[in-house]
Design a protein around this ligand. Structure first.
Ligand code: ADP
Ligand code: MG
Length: 579
């Protein structure tokens, strides 16, 4: 719990003025409701002793009337302020969370599912926010009410107070022990909730595939199971809870029983007045809500501790790919060399690329070919600085790639991935993600080079047509060409086409390759392709098999002797399918 407070202490510092104001108001709304008990006792006593005057009666009535109204008015302002503080905190936490996610390297996204990351930013974050709002509010309210009521009770009769409420700390102690037991449930529940979010997300994302395979029933069953798990787990907690609330009722009933029994005895013996006993019983009554509330406070505490751990587990993740203290700038390069580079994905136990050594000179066109799964994408994505190499190095102009600013390296590269990610924006805006400040001339040129212009007439509103979520409204080839245009609008030093021509026909492919040759003469191109026609004119072709470079050279050189490239080349000439 201390940690959770520490993690949001910046917010208390930032909003301390409002918190002080709220504290004063909270003490006010906790104490004022106790005044009527005192007034009632005094009224009864003056009535029974015959000293009640019309004036004092009016004053008692006025006080009984004013106290709730005053409390009501202060409550309105107070709750408004607390809700505002809660919203502000969740907004700022979410902002920090999102910007942290942007700073993370790919390892984090390998470790956590989307649903899990979302549930941490919603469910867990909301629980954490209650720490700075309802939790604090309740603890202070309950504490002030309990302390004030007990002080008033002691003033009336220390003996009665000792007998009727002194055993309560024992109950609190008992609850604290049970709390440790409950924490296990809560942790599991948060995990189950994250699983449910992921399952629902997957069902929504995959709805088209699910329908195409008539897999609705099975998919529904899977999501239903996740939802039922979540509900069951919640019930488990509730069952636990329901054992505690009656316990409190019991404790409370006992306190009342002693107060009435012993109190009446004390009145009969003249130790306290009848009015004081009435006041006393009202004070015991005011203890009820705080006591029940306290059991919930422990509950909320469990929840907050788990939520804080889950939220900050992500927030405390330090990316392994990060800028060095004084990173070098780079806008252009002369040569990139891979020296014995090997890499394994963080959660795999085998190397996907092994001892890779080759170099790329600025202005060259490099082709990379090899069977599916041989590590082509993994190799080329090393230039995006998603992960660090496991061993070996990549040097740019003699310096390790790690010494350069990550943003600079990513700016050098225009990467067209195998799986295209399109956003729910217009076609134009989707392309401009590559370079938001590009002028319309550059945009047109990129579309021409990517041979995307011919598609515009097929789109309802040309380049202003909205692309549906994840590009569902475009064909595979259109998506590829749009992605290529996005990379080209950036006019990058290094263009990487990662199997980006697989969904276009041979004619479109050759148009695009010709355009690239002409317009990107002085720039570097790396083309990963299945169809060798896309790479046959490259300065250098790298053949990758099982993560290892097995051949390297121009197409002509590679065709001089028997090897995998030649075999595939001849097959493709005959029109055979690749591999
Ligand atoms: P290619 O592009 O040649 O088809 P990839 O580089 O995509 O090959 O994949 C090479 C190997 O790395 C495959 O065995 C694949 O399963 C594995 N792999 C690819 N991406 C990941 C990842 N994100 N996490 C773990 N393994 C991966
Ligand atoms: Mg690939």
């Amino acid at each position: 719990m201390k940690n959770a407070f520490k993690h949001i202490s910046w917010f208390f510092k930032q909003e301390w003025k409002l918190y002080v104001l709220c504290l004063i108001l909270l003490v006010f709304v906790s104490v004022v409701p106790l005044i009527p008990a005192k007034v009632l006792g005094a009224a009864i006593d003056s009535f029974s002793t015959g000293t009640l005057t019309l004036n004092s009666l009016l004053m008692y009535v006025l006080l009984l009337f004013l106290c709730p109204i005053l409390t009501y008015l202060v409550n309105i302002f107070y709750h408004y302020t607390m809700i505002k503080l809660g919203h502000k905190l969740s907004y700022q936490l979410r902002e920090k969370y999102i910007s942290h996610l942007f700073d993370m390297d790919s390892e984090l996204y390998e470790k956590y599912t989307k649903g899990d990351l979302i549930s941490r930013a919603t469910n867990d974050l909301n629980s954490l926010t209650t720490l700075a709002t309802t939790f604090l509010e309740n603890v202070i309210f309950y504490a002030v009410t309990i302390i004030t009521a007990i002080v008033m009770m002691i003033i009336i009769s220390p003996l009665l107070t000792l007998a009727s409420v002194a055993f309560m700390p024992l109950v609190i102690f008992f609850l604290n022990k049970a709390r440790l037991e409950k924490r296990k449930y809560y942790k599991k529940h948060h995990e189950i909730y994250a699983e449910m979010t992921e399952s629902v997300l997957e069902s929504i994302e995959g709805v088209k595939t699910v329908r195409a395979y008539c897999y609705e029933d099975e998919d529904f069953k899977k999501t239903e199971r996740a939802i039922i798990n979540d509900v069951d787990s919640w019930w488990k907690i509730q069952k636990f809870e329901s054992a505690f609330t009656p316990l409190f009722e019991l404790v409370y009933a006992l306190a009342y029983f002693i107060a009435i029994g012993l109190g009446t005895y004390l009145v009969i013996h003249g130790d306290i007045s009848a009015g004081s006993l009435v006041s006393y019983l009202v004070y015991v009554g005011t203890l009820y809500a705080p006591l029940i509330g306290l059991s919930n406070v422990l509950n909320i505490m469990n929840n907050i501790v788990i939520a804080d751990q889950r939220f900050n587990e992500v927030m405390n993740t330090i990316p392994s790919v990060k800028n060095e203290e004084h990173p070098k700038d780079i806008l252009k390069f002369k040569e990139i060399s891979f020296n014995n580079a090997s890499f394994k994905y963080p959660f795999d136990d085998f190397e996907v690329i092994k001892n890779i050594t080759f170099s790329i000179k600025s202005g060259e066109t490099i082709g990379i070919v090899g069977p599916t799964g041989s590590g082509k994408s993994t190799l080329i994505r090393q230039l995006l600085r998603e992960f660090n190499l496991t061993s070996g190095e990549i040097k740019i102009d003699g310096n390790d790639i790690k010494e350069y600013k990550i943003e600079d390296i990513r700016n050098l590269v225009g990467y067209v991935p195998q799986n295209h990610i399109l956003f729910r924006r217009s076609v134009d805006d989707n392309i401009l993600i590559g370079k938001p400040d590009a002028n319309s001339q550059a945009l047109q040129k990129a579309m021409t080079m990517a041979d995307f212009k011919k598609d515009l007439s097929n789109l309802a509103e040309g380049s202003s047509t909205m692309v549906a979520e994840l590009g569902e409204s475009l064909s595979g080839g259109q998506k590829q060409r749009l992605s290529i245009a996005r990379a080209l609008v950036k006019d990058p030093e290094i263009l990487i086409l990662d199997d980006s021509l697989s969904a276009v026909d041979a004619l479109t492919e050759s148009t695009i390759i010709e355009q690239l040759k002409e317009d990107r003469k002085d720039k570097t191109n790396i083309i990963v392709a299945h169809r060798f026609s896309a790479v046959k004119n490259a300065d250098k072709i790298i053949v990758l098999q099982d993560g290892v470079i097995t051949d390297m050279g121009s197409s002509k050189e590679l065709l001089k002797y028997d090897n995998w490239y030649k075999l595939q080349y001849l097959k493709q000439l005959k029109g055979d399918i690749y591999e």
